[in-house]
Every structure is written in structure tokens, then in C-alpha cells.
Design a protein around this ligand. Structure first.
Ligand SMILES: [Zn+2]
Ligand SMILES: [Zn+2]
Length: 339
């Protein structure tokens, strides 16, 4: 299966500032002057991805797919980029037509008529802004040949959140009922769901308003996606505690987890519904996770700060890990993992 990060930032989109890009160019030029590479391109290829790219400013969206099925987890602003790669015409052109005509031209847009049919399964952890804002800009939602089945903890609340986002008083010009894909909302089944070769089940997480973790199995591989939860709050729950989450995560090849704060920042943000990397890494190591990806990065953290968190988290894990060390990585926008 393929796992691709389309949006890794928590809370609010945060495009990079010019200063951050300049600092990256400057650091790369300094390294270039100290090295003897034959050409700039091979030099850039030799650098780690965070030296030449960005961790990313889009909010939460994850693709998990194989040759047959296309699963999407959360609809943050990363979903817009995902949709752009699938359909070449622009939603903005359609929006313009919509705004300037009284006859709902979206209903007769020639670009959208040509889109091949495709089924998307969208799984929603919850409906905070940073998890739904990309949906109005998801191109396949405008194509009559596409079908989008949306799953979450409560289908009525899910539907209300998606509809409200595209209606008054927000004044987004296209209400969800004018999007031409067949869009349906579903309760995520308690017993889990089989889609092609994937089996998906869920675990309720402590977060303001609640959030769902998803476990995705395909053949002998297992991915757990748990965002927007505060690991300390698990201890207060007699039913869905830390041990139960560790069991849910046990042996995962890939554990993509909320690690929004540093340990110190978390101390001032208790009850905000997010975790720190050091507390998560303890649980993940005990659960026998093979690879942990730090995710839902705080919007105020620079790439340098995130790399520092990654270093410290790895050092901390080395204190209690012996031979079978768990890999620890930073989720970066655009990165793809094959399992
Ligand atoms: Zn979030
Ligand atoms: Zn949230």
C-alpha cells in the first residue's frame, strides 16, 4: 500500500514566510561552498529533504491507496492539493462561472463531464476546521462521475459540519448540494469496515468534541493514524485508556501520531487536546511500533524547531530502547511511504 502525506500541519494552515525560505537557501549555499559537488543538482540531491524542502503548511490530509482503492483520511487544506493532481481543470474557473451566471453552470461544465469515474472513501477523525477546510476545493467533488463516501463517528453531525461550512453565514459560493459528485455520509461501523484488500477499524480518542483513530490493515501490514488526542487524558478514561490505545497500536508497521507540542509547551496547554512527542514515543515503543511518524505539527513551529523536536525525541527513545529500535521520523508534506 501507498501512504502519502498531503497535509501535516495542525490547527491552521501556515504557508512558509520568505525569511524561512531564505534561511534554507543560505544554509544550503554555505554547505555548497564547503563541498566539491560537480553540479548543483547532485549537491541538492545529496541533502536531507528538510534542507531543500519544507515540512509543510497544509492542514491534515492523508492518502492510503493501492491499485484498487483510494482512501483519504481527513479533509484539511492538503485535500485541495490531492484533488489538483486528480483533475486538471480548476475549481476557480467553475466558481467564477457559478458566480457570474444565474443558471448554475457547474451543472453543465464540460471539463467536469470528462472526468473518469472514481470512488473515494473519506474517513474523518473529527470535524475541527483543520480537518474539513479543504473539502470545498476538492476537485473530484465537482465531477458528476465521482462518488465520495464520507465516514465518521456520527453521520448527522458530519453532514451538518460539511453543509454549514459551505452555507450562510460563511458565504462560500457553492453549497454542498450543488457539488456534482455523489456525496454521502455514513456512521463508521463499530465492527470496522472492509474495502477491497483493506480492513479499517477505529478507536475513540480524548479530544474536545472527540476524535477517532483509524487502524488500516492490508495483508500483513498495519498502519495506525491517531491525530488530535491528548495522551495524558487517556489515563482518566476507564474504557479507552493508554493501555487500550497501546493494544490498538500494537505491532504497527507505521504509527502516525499527534505530537503537536514539545514537552515544555504541553505543560502550559494541558486540556487543549494534543500530545507531546516524548509521551507518545514511550507508549509507541512499549506497543512494539516499528516506525513512528510525528504529525499534526504546531503552526507556530519552524522547520528548525520541528527538526530539533525530532532529534530530542530520538535521543529520548534511545534511553529506553535497546536492540529493536523503533524508527522515528517527521511527517513531511508530499512524502510517500510504500508498505
Ligand atoms: Zn487538528
Ligand atoms: Zn481537533
Amino acid at each position: 500500500m501507498k501512504i502519502k502525506f498531503w497535509g501535516v500541519r495542525g490547527s491552521v494552515p501556515c504557508p512558509p514566510m520568505g525569511e524561512e525560505i531564505r534561511a534554507k537557501i543560505l544554509a544550503a549555499l554555505k554547505l555548497w561552498s564547503q563541498n566539491n559537488y560537480p553540479d548543483p543538482e547532485s549537491f541538492l540531491d545529496s541533502l536531507p529533504p528538510w534542507r531543500t524542502g519544507l515540512v509543510g503548511g497544509n492542514t491534515i490530509c492523508l492518502e492510503i491507496s493501492d491499485d484498487q482503492d483510494f482512501l483519504i483520511f481527513d479533509a484539511g487544506t492538503g485535500l485541495r492539493s490531492l484533488g489538483q493532481t486528480l483533475i486538471s481543470s480548476t475549481v476557480y474557473e467553475l466558481l467564477e462561472q457559478f458566480i457570474t451566471s444565474e443558471n448554475l453552470p457547474i451543472l453543465s461544465s464540460p471539463q467536469m463531464e470528462d472526468v473518469p469515474s472514481q470512488l473515494f472513501k473519506l474517513f474523518m477523525t473529527h470535524t475541527h476546521w483543520d480537518h474539513i477546510q479543504g473539502f470545498p476545493f476538492f476537485r473530484p467533488a465537482y465531477a458528476p462521475s465521482c462518488q465520495i463516501d464520507i465516514y465518521g463517528a456520527n453521520k448527522d453531525e458530519l453532514k451538518a459540519a460539511f453543509e454549514t461550512q459551505q452555507s450562510a453565514p460563511h458565504l462560500f459560493p457553492v453549497p454542498i448540494e450543488f457539488m456534482r459528485a455523489k456525496i454521502t455520509f455514513h456512521d463508521f461501523p463499530k465492527k470496522g469496515l472492509k474495502i477491497g484488500q483493506f480492513f479499517i477499524d477505529s478507536f475513540p480518542l480524548p479530544h474536545p468534541g472527540g476524535s477517532l483513530a483509524f487502524r488500516i490493515k492490508r495483508r500483513d501490514k498495519k498502519v495506525v493514524f491517531a491525530t488530535d488526542y491528548e495522551i495524558q487524558k487517556l489515563d482518566a478514561s476507564p474504557i479507552h485508556g493508554r493501555l487500550e490505545l497501546a493494544e490498538f497500536v500494537a505491532g504497527a508497521d507505521l504509527f502516525i501520531s499527534d505530537t503537536q507540542y514539545t514537552y515544555l509547551d504541553h505543560a502550559t496547554k494541558e486540556g487543549w487536546g494534543h500530545s507531546n512527542a516524548l509521551s507518545v514515543v514511550e507508549m509507541a515503543a512499549q506497543a512494539g511500533v516499528k516506525s513512528l511518524y510525528l504529525f499534526h505539527h504546531d503552526p507556530t513551529y519552524s522547520d528548525d524547531k520541528l527538526l530539533d523536536i525530532l532529534d530530542k525525541t530520538r535521543s529520548y527513545a534511545n534511553l529506553f530502547q535497546k536492540e529493536k529500535a523503533m524508527a522515528i521520523e517527521l511527517a513531511m508534506e508530499g512524502a510517500t511511504i510504500e508498505l
